[in-house]
Design a protein around this ligand. Structure first.
Ligand code: IPD
Ligand code: CA
Ligand code: CA
Length: 267
């Protein structure tokens, strides 16, 4: 097995244990507000520290970009570990059992390794660039025949960037003309994995961060899907506007979104 994949899996499983145990001992969860509607708990921090410790033991020179502790530049700035120690903190705090740990390894700006772990269902999503995507030991392959008509779409409301809400609601209105229904699960990393697994037909969201979507992005693409920003480009890891699905459905969604876009989002 690819050695970096091996370490990433070890790290998400360790963090997964911390998160699952923390979820059971709800009285011990300490929650702090980072900004409006944005929370961090002692468990996010403990999971992140455990992940960083495991990576640092094997790769002391690599760069680490982690949601809660920020960037720590290593001598090897070409190799970056992008970490979300708990994606779905709001679910975690509310006692809703749907969240994940996400790690992507990017080499010279290209994602090579992706791991997303759901500790409640013990589901491990992995991908290595050029080698496909898996859920546990099963290969994932996106069905390219699915259409926007009748589709189930995952999304996230832009609750941290309220000025995007009217634009997002316009998108939902435009898409519901054709799709069957929406899901708002609360973990962007799992939304992308669920696209790869065919559990939802596509996913779109505004204002996500690289740690939310870098791993899920590779998992979708290695399952044969297409991931783009809202104008069919590749800016989603930096600008945070993302669409993912089969090539066919992603293009149909993009066509529906165009009339909703403002200049800020197009450029
Ligand atoms: C959030 C979740 C959520 C998405 C937000 C993310 P967090 O991550 O992925 O589904 O809608 O945009 O920030 O804060 O729970 O790590
Ligand atoms: Ca996140
Ligand atoms: Ca998080």
């Amino acid at each position: 097995m690819n050695p970096m994949l091996n370490i990433a899996i070890r790290a998400v499983r360790k963090a997964g244990n911390i998160v699952a145990k923390g979820f059971e001992r709800r009285d011990d969860i300490q929650t702090n507000q980072k900004s409006t509607n944005d929370y961090v708990t002692n468990i996010d921090k403990a999971a992140e520290a455990a992940i960083i410790e495991i990576i640092r033991k094997s790769y002391p020179e690599h760069t680490i970009i982690a949601e809660e502790s920020g960037a720590s530049e290593g001598k090897e700035s070409d190799i970056q570990w992008v970490i979300d120690p708990l994606d779905g903190t709001t679910n975690f705090v509310k006692g809703l059992p749907h969240f994940s740990i996400s790690i992507a390894v990017r080499v010279k700006g290209r994602t090579e390794i992706a791991v997303v772990y759901d500790p409640i269902r013990n589901e491990l999503f992995t991908a290595v660039r050029g080698e496909g995507a898996k859920l546990n030991e099963y290969r994932l392959r996106i069905d390219n025949s699915s259409e926007l008509t009748g589709a189930i779409l995952a999304t996230g409301f832009p609750f941290k960037i309220k000025r995007y809400v009217p634009i997002h609601l316009n998108m939902v209105s435009a898409l519901i003309e054709d799709c069957a229904d929406f899901r708002r699960t609360g973990s962007a990393a799992l939304d992308l994995c669920y696209v790869a697994a065919g559990r939802v037909d596509a996913y779109f969201e505004m204002g996500v961060k690289a740690w939310d979507c870098a791993a899920g992005d590779l998992i979708v693409r290695e399952a044969g899907g297409l991931v783009t920003d809202f104008v069919g480009g590749h800016s989603y890891l930096t600008k945070g506007n993302i669409v993912a699905g089969s090539a066919r459905i992603t293009k149909q969604i993009l066509a529906k979104l165009q009339p909703c876009l403002t200049d800020e989002i197009k450029n």
